[in-house]
Design a protein around this ligand. Structure first.
Ligand code: HEM
Length: 488
């Protein structure tokens, strides 16, 4: 009987194909216009932010994906919309309404009320691979506690041991590539160096083969952070979850060995955490919190810092006056020290022009293009009504290139940082309770790198192609910025 009914339906459908199609189109139109009408009614009650929300759910997702998949980078989605709609615009991506916030006042309002009026949107894949105890996933009370206990280890004074470690490693590796006389991909060099430095400071891991194994797993974790969370073999999410499992097993073994005293005592981040074993619960992290945040720091610190290092070399290559001034500052630091002596934190503190080079690099390269948040309640930002559940993206890139804030914004000019910046006009590390935890570590790594590079070598950039890598949310040169070093 079911078969007969099925057969009848098929023949009916075949016979009335046009009718069915017309019906489907009519229902589609009805749903679309009802949805639009509802949105328009809501809009008319509020100061409408211009923009195109497109079809329900889909919105402008395909345009966004196409920009992400181009060699101009995913900010290429934002730029034309600013021309069409003005500084403030909204769009719909993956079913959610996004407003791009272009002002320092807007940034101030959102970032000063993080966790209260706004929060990071929950991303399941991120919470799964980074772990439920990661700073990226925990609610406000636990976030405060974890940050308080981690922050100590990332203060400038705690990083003095780190300066010695990273200096030795970078000097050695630069000598090796210079001796080879060959062109090499600077981005790859920086990725490996930053990863090794982070693992050294976190867990004193220095064995090259072990580091490469851990790096492969961390890359899989990082690639899985913004994916569809389905455990299907072959997908990025699946690979990321498997890699996380292997990393956690590795961390469990290292922690157990340290507690048994099977290793010589190490002075590193992990040891500082384990030294708190006998402290009351509020003053220590449990093993789950330690492991998830070890992993979080490993994948948050590598690509960001390495890409910024690469851009600093590119900008200095295009601006020989800035490069020479930086070189002079770094050579002066060397002149004051006995020959061959390693860098110390006091030397880092003297790199005032070096720090401006780093700030200008970060202003221009925008490693984090915008800072995403979700509105927890209805509110008004700079006179624009935002509804609960909308996503607001603080457009750091727009702010960093706003000519009213930075005169001649396309020019690489480190000396612009001689002057104090307006509040909320310099956001490469975010602001507020979620400011980058690794801010000092990133600055120190970049300063040591620029010191060794400019005081020891000149370089040529061997491929001037400005295209960016496809599908990346961090802007990186597609060429990897190949360079050749020549000793001074
Ligand atoms: C140039 C290098 C870096 C840049 C530009 C950068 C940028 C940022 C930004 C913008 C945020 C805040 C995101 C937001 O508010 O939505 C952030 C958060 C974070 N960063 Fe970095 N970062 C860098 C290096 C590092 C390093 C070296 C580490 C660790 C070793 C690190 C660890 C973290 C962590 C754990 C958070 C989350 C903080 C929280 O939610 O409390 N970052 N970073």
């Amino acid at each position: 009987m079911n078969v007969t009914l099925g057969f009848n339906l098929v023949s009916l459908a075949k016979g009335n194909y046009d009718l069915l199609l017309a019906l489907l189109v009519a229902v589609g139109f009805y749903l679309y216009f009802t949805f639009k009408l509802k949105e328009t009614r809501q809009d008319s009650q509020q100061d409408r932010i211009p923009g195109n929300l497109g079809l329900p759910f889909i919105g402008e997702t395909f345009s966004f994906l196409s920009a992400t998949n181009s060699t101009r980078g995913c900010y290429d989605f934002v730029t034309p919309r600013r021309l069409w709609y003005g500084k403030w615009f909204r769009t719909r991506l993956f079913g959610k309404i996004h407003v791009f916030i272009p002002t320092t006042d807007g940034a101030k309002q959102v970032l000063s009320s993080d966790f209260v009026q706004f929060n990071k949107g929950y991303v399941k894949s991120m919470a799964d691979v980074a772990g439920k105890n990661s700073l990226f996933s925990v609610p406000v009370e636990r976030h405060n506690k974890i940050r308080r206990l981690l922050s100590d280890q990332f203060s400038m004074s705690s990083l003095s041991k780190y300066v010695i470690k990273i200096d030795a490693m970078l000097s050695e590796r630069m000598k090796e590539v210079e001796r080879s006389g060959k062109s090499f991909r600077l981005l790859d060099f920086c990725m490996t160096a930053t990863f090794d430095a982070i693992c050294n400071v976190l867990m004193s891991i220095t064995d090259y083969t072990t580091l490469r194994e851990i790096e492969r797993d961390c890359t899989d974790v990082s690639n899985a952070t913004l994916t569809l969370p389905v455990m299907i073999p072959g997908t990025k999410y699946y690979k990321g979850m498997k890699a996380r499992q292997r990393l956690v097993e590795r961390f469990i073994k290292i922690i157990a060995d340290r507690r048994k005293g099977n290793q010589n005592r190490r002075e590193d981040f992990l040891q500082a955490m384990l030294d708190r074993d006998s402290f009351p619960p509020e003053e220590k992290l449990d093993d789950g919190e330690i492991m998830d945040n070890l992993l979080t720091m490993m994948f948050s610190g590598q690509n960001t810092t390495a890409s910024a290092m690469m851009w600093s070399v590119k900008y200095l290559d295009d601006n020989s006056a800035a490069q020479e001034r930086l070189r002079e500052e770094q050579l002066e630091i060397n002149r004051k020290k006995p020959e061959g002596e390693a860098l110390a934190l006091e030397d880092i503190n003297q790199m005032t022009y070096g720090l401006k080079v780093i700030k200008e690099t970060l202003r221009m390269c925008n490693i984090v293009l915008w800072l995403p948040r979700k509105a927890l309640k209805d509110c008004t930002i700079d006179g624009h009504k935002i509804k609960q559940g909308w996503h607001v993206n603080i457009d750091a890139t727009y702010i960093h290139y706003d000519p009213d804030i930075y005169k001649d914004p396309l020019r690489f000019n480190p000396s612009r940082f001689d002057e104090m910046q307006k509040p909320f006009s310099f956001l490469p590390f975010g602001y507020g309770p979620r400011t980058c935890l690794g801010i000092n570590m990133a600055k120190v790594t970049m300063l040591v790198f620029l010191h060794r590079l400019t005081s020891g070598y000149r370089w040529t950039v061997d491929d001037q192609d400005p295209s960016l890598e496809k599908k990346g949310f961090i802007p990186r040169l597609r060429s990897g910025c190949p360079i050749t070093l020549q000793s001074l």
